[in-house]
Design a protein around this ligand. Sequence first.
Ligand code: T3D
Length: 263
Amino acid sequence: MTYQTIIFSLEAGVARLTLNRPDRLNAFDSKMHEEVADALGVVERASDARVLLLAGAGRGFCAGQDLGERKRGPGDPPPDLGESIELRYAPLIRRLTNLELPVVCAVNGVAAGAGANIALACDLVIATQSSRFIQSFVNIGLVPDAGGTWLLPRLVGGARALGMAMTGAPVSAADAEALGLIWRCVPDAEFAAEVEALVAKLASAPTRALAASKLAIRSAWGNSLSAQLDLERDLQRSLGLSADYAEGVAAFGEKRPAKFRGN
Ligand code: T3D
C-alpha cells in the first residue's frame, strides 16, 4: 500500500510509523486510520520486527480526531461517534497494547484528544520538554476516549484523571513525567538522540522477554496477586526455553555482552 498520511518503514528490526499530516497537527482522518491499520498489520506479521516507534511529523504528535470530518451542513444528520470508536479508535488501542513488541511513542509537541490517549497507550512515551498532553474532549462536549478513561486513573489516580478530563488543562511533559503519565521528558535539543538510543536499546533486547513484561504488567491491572503469580510462572517457564535466555546466561558466565536475537 502506498501511504499518503503516514510514513512507514521496517528496517533492522525497527518499525517506524510517523503520522504525517503536519498542517492538521497529524489529526486522524479516515485515510490515516486506514493507513495506520494497514501498517500495523505489516508489523504484526513481520517476524523480524523488534520494536515499533510511533511519532508525529512537524510540530506536534497528534491532535486526535480530524474535526474537519465532523463539520455538518444545515440538515445533515449528526455523525455516529460510537461507530467511529468501535471501528477505528478502539481497535487501534487494542492493537497497540496487544502487539508483542515494545511500542515507543515519541511525542514532539502537542498530543491532544485521542492523540494524547493513543500516545499514553504505548509502552514507553518519551516527550520533548515543550510537549503538552491535553484531554481536550471536554472542549467539544465529549468524554475522553481511545482508552483514556481506563488508563488515566490507573496511571495518575482518580482525582488527577478527573481534573484532566473535566478541565482539559494541558499537562506539560515535565509534569507528565513527574505524575507517572509518561516514561521520560527530555530537552528538545536532545530528543532525537534520546529516541534513537531508546529504540536501539529495545531493538537489541530479548524481544520475547519485553513482550512478556508488557503482557504481565498490563494484565496486573485486572488480576489478583494470585493470578499474577500464576501468570509470571507461566511466562517464566516459556522464557526459560528461549534462545535469548540461554544466550543471556551464557554471556553472563563468559563476562561478555549478550547478543539477543529476539527468539
Ligand atoms: O469524532 C470521533 O470520531 C469521535 C472520536 C474523537 C476523538 C477525539 O480526538 S475528539 C478531540 C479532537 N481534537 C481536539 O478537539 C483538538 C483540537 N485542537 C486543538 O485544541 C488545538 O489545535 C491544539 C490544542 C491541539 C493545538 O493548538 P495550537 O494553538 O498549538 O495549534 P492550532 O493553531 O490550534 O492548530 C494548528 C492547525 O491544526 C490549525 O489549522 P490552521 O488554522 O493552521 O489551518 C488547526 O485548525 C489544525 N487542527 C488542530 N487540531 C485539529 C486541527 N484540524 C482538524 N482537526 C483537529 N483535531
